[in-house]
Structures are given as structure tokens and as C-alpha cells.
Design a protein around this ligand. Sequence first.
Ligand SMILES: [Zn+2]
Length: 343
Amino acid sequence: MKAAILHTIDAPLVIAEVGLTPLQVGQVLVKVLVSGICGAQLQEIAGNKGNAKFVPHLLGHEGCGIVEEVGPGVTTVQKGDKVVMHWRQGEGIESPFPKYVYEGKEISSGRVTTFSEYAIVSENRVTTVPSDTPVELAALLGCGLSTALGTIENEAKARFGESVMIIGVGGLGVNLITAAKLASAYPIIAVDIHDSKKELALSMGAHIFINAKTESIADVLAEHGLKKVDVIIDTAANKKGTEAATPLLSGTGRYIMVGQPKPGESIELLDAHHFFEGIGKTFSATQGGRFMPHVDIARYIRLAKGNILSTEGIITHRVKLEDVNEAIELVRSGGASRILIEL
Ligand SMILES: [Zn+2]
């Protein structure tokens, strides 16, 4: 079967034939239908995730597939199930790291990978969904959409009418606009450095778009009668951007880092005294919005079935596995939001 392999750090992925190994306790073989491309893979390609010592390895961590076979001990999914493939831990066994055969040698992967036609996945990284669940929705629930919904629900605890600023209208940013809209945040302020994201952000439900490269965020907020913002969600983790945005928090403000700074990078809280204004502000980082797959996926699918949650507009490009490197470049350059690989 074909897979995209991270062969060398900071180099394009290699598309090659890879062999499967027999399923171990708690492993599930999934025929991958679609996979998203997440910012985390860009970090892995750069070797920023502690993964450099494991190359060559497979990658990808949000997808939708069909269970082809289950290994010993697996009880939560069965052959034929449509599943969400997710990196957060759900129900079932945490299996040994999956192994594949590449050029006659064994290579490893994380407990879930999705950039391949088939994937060996740990039981607790797959969750069964109804067979009529759209594959796009299921894939997005693997990371991007579920992280966004979890961040708004569990971390920001956004209240009706609170202002929410989202920094970075990339693959996660568009999902966050969707989630903020669902929480009746107002206004939703989208910040990016590419004007090309304006139309997308506004069509997804943002009320204000600010190009942080050409405009002062504070000035644009003032034009809209706003001095401060209740929730700031930072997907870009750009040092200067983060430092400039933190003083804009309201007295009940929550600043939430979703994007990760580079290892070794420092960010300063400028004039940090303001953190004591109001009831005291918070600055925090989130791991996937504390999303719990076995609890939350069914809930989110119900919302979509009831036409309350829509994935329309989130996916901006669809590619084949062969074109994964061009797609990754597009994500890196800010030219895309969520890209779906169709397997
Ligand atoms: Zn992700």
C-alpha cells in the first residue's frame, strides 16, 4: 500500500510502497478514506515534536476510515465500522507503536497515522460513528473541528455575546470561527496576515477581519467601539503577535494558545500588571481543547445532523496522496485552510 513517509527532517515527504505487519494486541487495521492536514504535521516535518529520532516514520493524525480487521483484545470497534481516527485518547486499549515495512526494514509510526491507504491504529485512537456520517465531518472530528469546539467549550467557556478574537485563519482558525459562532460569540474577530483570508473568515461567520501586517489591531477594534476582547485564541503562536495581543484582554479575559511556539522560543507578557485588572486574566495552553473522543464525537455528530453545526467552507482544497507535498507547502505559505487528502 502507498504511504507518505517523513524520511528526512525538513525535506519533502516520500510517497512509497509500505508493507503492513500483523496486528498486535489492541491494534486495528483501518482502510483510510480521507485525511486532513494539520499544523502539527508541519511541526513534525520540521522535527519540532521530539520525533527526529524516529524517522523514517509515517504521519497524519485526523482522518476517517473503515475498519478492515481488528487485533487481539479489541472490543470497541469491529470490521466494517466507519471510524474517526483521532490523536486524543478515547476508549479501548493503548496498543504498542504500530510497525510497517519500508525498503525491507521495519519503520514505526505514532499510535494513529492517516497519510496512507491503510493504517494500523491503536484501539483508543479510533471511535465508531454512524455509517451515514459524512467522511469530511468524521475526518475533521479527528483534530481540527474537535479541537476548536473543545477550546471554545472547555477552555474559553465562551458566554453568549462575549467577544472572541481568533489569531490565524488557517486550518484550525476556520474551525474556531465555526465553534465561536456556535457559542453565539459577538463579535468574532479574525486576525491574519493575508488579505486573501478576509473573504473566507467573513463567510465563515467572523464579524471583523484584521490584517495584522497592515493594520493596528487596537485601532481597528476602536473603530468598532471595542477596547478589549474577552477571549483570544492564538493559533499562530507568533512571538510578536502574541505579545501585542495579550494587553487587549478584557478584565475577564482568557488568552488561549492552541498553536505552539518553536522549541526554545520565549514570549514576554508585556506590561504584565494589566493581568490583575478586573477579576484577573488568564493565559493558558490547550492540548486539543481537552476533547474526549468517546464522549464528544457522538454529541458533535448530533449537532451536525440537526443542522446546528456545519462544516461548510472549512475544507478549502482536496488533493490526492501523490500531491501531499504541494498541499503541505500551501498550508505552510498560508494559502489554504483545511486540506483534505482523498485516499
Ligand atoms: Zn491536529
